[in-house]
Design a binder for this molecule. Structure first.
Ligand SMILES: CC(C)(COP(=O)(O)OP(=O)(O)OC[C@H]1O[C@@H](n2cnc3c(N)ncnc32)[C@H](O)[C@@H]1OP(=O)(O)O)[C@@H](O)C(=O)NCCC(=O)NCCS
Length: 163
């Protein structure tokens, strides 16, 4: 993590964040689905569409040259059009992605803990997410206090209570 810094995400980060969203959607895809095909799916696109909206909270991780290397953000979805990790009204859902060459160096954990702090500051009591049970990201979430609240065929919905 040497030289890595975090900063709040801005509207100008939408393009990079959509790349990280593609990484998250493609976590196991071999070969990876093309960016345009992933973002063509409204169930994926909705996590970044219109960035930045009221209530969105995002962090960008940057390398020593201020180039973006990872992003994490939370967004609230309405109960009548819930996200994959929906657990309740006004509970924001997390998206997290790190450039492949920067993984397993603590960047994802730093983004996650930074987002928790900001979510607390924004008055949130919980954050939720949906993660495939085979994705090693699940270990990161469990180690940061997320617990499984429901399970689908392949994915778990996990919640972190913020204190
Ligand atoms: C998931 C992801 C964001 C984690 O970011 P990261 O910077 O690689 O994670 P960190 O280096 O902070 O590691 C945190 C923990 O994740 C787990 N982890 C990370 N890389 C791992 C690997 N290759 N194998 C197994 N566990 C791993 C470990 O539990 C690790 O904790 P440890 O270092 O104490 O062992 C990143 O791997 C990624 O972008 N993956 C593709 C997108 C994705 O799947 N997003 C989540 C969708 S729900």
């Amino acid at each position: 993590m040497r030289g890595v810094r975090l900063r709040p995400a801005t509207p100008d980060d939408a393009r990079f964040m959509s790349e990280m969203l593609v990484e998250a959607a493609n976590w196991s895809a071999l070969p990876s689905r093309p960016r345009v095909a992933v973002l063509d799916d409204p169930r994926v696109l909705r996590y970044i569409a219109g960035w930045i909206r009221p209530g969105d909270i995002g962090l960008i991780a940057m390398d020593g040259n201020d180039a973006p290397i990872g992003a994490g953000w939370v967004r609230i979805f309405p109960p009548d059009d819930p996200g994959a990790g929906f657990v309740g009204v006004a509970v924001p859902e997390l998206t997290l992605g790190v450039n492949p060459q920067w993984r397993a160096q603590g960047v994802g954990r730093a983004l996650l803990t930074g987002l928790h702090e900001r979510a607390v500051q924004a008055g949130h009591g919980r954050v939720s997410l949906s993660v495939d049970r085979a994705n090693h990201a699940r270990r990161l979430y469990a180690s940061e206090g997320y617990t499984v609240v429901s399970s689908g065929e392949r994915a778990d919905v996990m919640v972190r209570v913020l204190v």
